[in-house]
Ligand binder design. Structure first.
Ligand code: GAF
Length: 385
């Protein structure tokens, strides 16, 4: 693949001032908990999105996407809620949000390349936002990569870009993962107050692997389903008289469920409360080296997302069942759902058989071949050159 810097030179006629990148992510566990003030446990992927950038003396954003094969020009004064539309919103929105936060941000020439599979539930949008945010932070001296607290503020700007400019009502897990994950660790993220802890995550020593299956089933977070789940949680919290479902303790779950107005709100609430408890249990099991237990928690999480939260789909369910039959300790969908990817915890020696099993299960149903790959925990967004 041609590098972002080379493409930048071809498209804009001069070398970029610098090159920045940010990773995609898989969430190990803690799904649809972030917008409920809950816990999540993502790792950064080794696959990254790269932004080669040069600052401009005016307020024009010119952005070239190698994947889209197009260059788009956006005057920064025209950026705001709902504008621009499509992929440029993730780039322009970040510059807009940084300006809204008081940053002295001017125009940029940007060239984007990406190894993060697009639309696979692996957070390609957040990787794009965070690569551009990292570049803007350095080029306009905003100091937002300096430490965890300032990276947290950059994550907030990227979330605003996604919520307000791109119009996807997502929580903040993906942007926090891209900016705060460390190599060899999972990020325990407390979305109530933004607190983070690094949890060592190195499966190799235990002879295990984490296998990602991109089912290639279509996935979009700006369609209505994701937002409906979020609004249902807000309704449930309102009926229970709490700010967020995080405030419902596992011990008080049955009593809370009895007070809710309908079966749908009960099932959504049960998922969120039990999923937050599973994150705590998974962190304990990882720290204790009990990977069997981590696998059981993965499988319980998938069942809850499938049956109570109703965000899985046939392709995700089949990928999970196939790897489990092939020897996985556990597996689950990862990310927002409705398509996208699953993850499985497997003995290294079973990985090949698991890949074959998923491929065969998909072929038997006449589905497109899924893409399976092993991942390790990578590092956060930063400057590459
Ligand atoms: C998507 C969203 F972007 C995240 O904020 C999170 O809600 C996730 O779905 C589900 O856990 O990735």
């Amino acid at each position: 693949m041609t590098s972002a810097a080379e493409t930048h030179r071809d498209v804009f006629g001069s070398a970029p001032q610098g090159v920045w990148s940010a990773p995609g992510r898989v969430n190990l566990i803690g799904e649809h908990t972030d917008y409920n003030g809950g816990l999540a446990l993502p790792i950064a992927l080794p696959q990254r999105t790269t932004a080669a950038c040069s600052p401009r003396p005016d307020d024009l954003l010119r952005v070239h996407s190698a994947h889209e094969g197009e260059t788009v020009e956006v005057p920064l004064g025209e950026v705001g809620p709902g504008s621009p539309e499509g992929w440029p919103a993730y780039v322009a929105g970040v510059l807009w949000a940084l300006r809204e936060a008081g940053g002295a941000v001017r125009g940029l020439d940007v060239t984007v390349t990406s190894e993060v599979p697009l639309g696979a539930g692996l957070s390609s949008s957040a990787a794009l936002e965070c690569a551009v945010g990292a570049a803007a932070s350095d080029l306009f001296d905003l100091g937002l990569l300096a430490d965890a607290a300032s990276r947290g503020r950059l994550a907030d700007a990227c979330v605003r870009a996604e919520n307000e400019v791109a119009g996807a009502a997502t929580g903040g897990m993906d942007q926090s993962a891209a900016l705060l994950c460390q190599e060899g660790a999972a990020l325990l993220l407390d979305c109530r107050d933004g607190a983070t802890e690094q949890v060592p995550f190195d499966l190799e020593a235990a002879g295990m692997v984490l296998l990602v299956t991109d089912t290639r089933a279509a996935h979009s977070l700006s369609d209505g389903q994701y937002e409906q789940r979020r609004r249902a949680c807000e309704r449930a919290a309102h009926e229970l008289g709490v700010q967020t479902l995080r405030e419902v303790a596992p011990g008080g779950l049955e009593e809370a469920l009895a007070r809710l107005s309908g079966d749908e709100l009960r099932r959504r609430t049960r998922h969120v409360v039990t999923e937050i408890a599973r994150v705590e249990a998974a962190v304990g099991a990882l720290r204790a080296g009990d990977l069997e237990e981590v696998g059981r928690l993965f499988t319980a999480s998938h069942a809850s997302l499938r049956d109570d939260y109703e965000v899985s789909c046939a392709e995700l369910d089949v990928s999970v069942e196939a790897v489990e039959a092939a020897g996985a300790l556990g597996a689950r969908m990862t990310g927002g759902g409705f398509g996208g990817s699953s993850i499985a915890l497997l003995p290294a020696g079973s990985a090949e058989a698991a890949v074959d099993a998923v491929g065969a299960a998909f072929a038997a149903r006449g589905w497109a071949e899924p893409a399976c790959f092993r991942v390790t925990a990578g590092g956060a967004a930063g400057r590459d050159a």
